[in-house]
Design a protein around this ligand. Structure first.
Ligand code: NAP
Length: 252
């Protein structure tokens, strides 16, 4: 029996990076997973690989910035699995990177639609069902950028700060109904996003050596843990993988 046997999980931004690693880790622990991303290639390849390994996995293209698409994806999870036990709102973008003073207003707003509104869309799509079933887990992937302004990342820092508050609001409204809501701050992680940050040359994060970033398996294992009852006492909180005590608790 895996830690997530019998559970059904929707993971946004599952085509690569943290989302793909989390979906793989969750499937390995017995969860049925629905992988979402805008592009089909990565999620269909991963779902097929997971099925070949004997796991239950489906893939569907979905832009989290569009509520109707997120709602349709939750419908697909129902068709495939019968219910949704958890959603990981992980999809995110760092671009456009650059000064607020010269930001393209449409591109800036679109990034906010993905990083902030996308999290609302994910929660809004699953909460009615979770409230009706009296159970569910929601994890919103946050960032230390929610608490520290960084040059060139105004939309990202602002959206992650807003997501942190949105997580707390969702917890307040749904605690006592069997629903646990968390945000996970993963630290810096070796993904494509960090490659794009490095290429920008803007701010201290871009100066970090790639080897300094944590492997994707760290947040993936943390996300598995958050879906288990062992994490229940931390409901409503932001879990930071920079904290040694929290890492020890998770077993990292
Ligand atoms: P990544 O490697 O760039 O992957 C991002 C994922 O999000 C991809 O699967 C991408 O697939 C998907 N995505 C982007 N826009 C989307 C949209 N509109 N709708 C649906 N899916 C979308 O990034 P990552 O590093 O794994 O980041 C994952 C999360 O961790 C993000 O929320 C990020 O802010 C957060 N985070 C990362 C770090 C880090 O150091 N890497 C640190 C702190 C927080 P498509 O392009 O196919 O849509």
């Amino acid at each position: 029996m895996g830690k997530l046997s019998g559970k059904t999980v929707v993971v946004t931004g599952a085509s690569r990076g943290i989302g793909a690693a989390a979906a793989e880790e969750m499937a390995g622990e017995g969860a049925s997973v629905l992988l979402l991303a805008r592009s089909a290639e990565g999620i269909t390849a991963l779902a097929s690989r997971l099925r070949k390994a004997g796991h239950v996995a489906e893939a569907m293209t979905c832009d989290v910035a569009e509520f109707t698409q997120v709602q349709a994806a939750i419908g697909r999870a129902h068709e495939a699995f019968g219910r949704v036990d958890a959603i990981v709102n992980n999809a995110g973008v760092i671009e456009p990177i650059g000064p607020l003073a010269s930001a393209d207003p449409r591109a800036w707003a679109h990034a906010t639609d993905v990083n902030f509104k996308g999290v609302f869309n994910g929660m809004r799509a699953v909460l009615p069902e979770m409230r009706a079933q009296g159970a569910g887990v929601i994890v919103n992937v946050g960032s230390g950028a929610a608490h520290n302004p960084l040059e060139g990342w105004s939309h990202y820092c602002a959206a992650k700060a807003a997501t942190s508050m949105l997580t707390r609001c969702a917890h307040l409204e749904n605690r006592g109904r069997g629903i646990r809501v968390y945000s996970l701050s993963p630290g810096t992680v070796a993904t494509d996003m960090q490659r794009r940050i490095k290429a920008s040359g803007i701010n201290a994060v871009s100066q970090m050596d790639f080897s300094q970033h944590a492997p994707v398996t760290d947040p993936a294992r943390a996300l598995v843990w958050l879906l288990t009852e062992d994490a229940a006492e931390f409901a409503g909180q932001e879990i930071s993988l920079r904290q040694p005590e929290m890492r020890a608790r998770i077993g990292l």
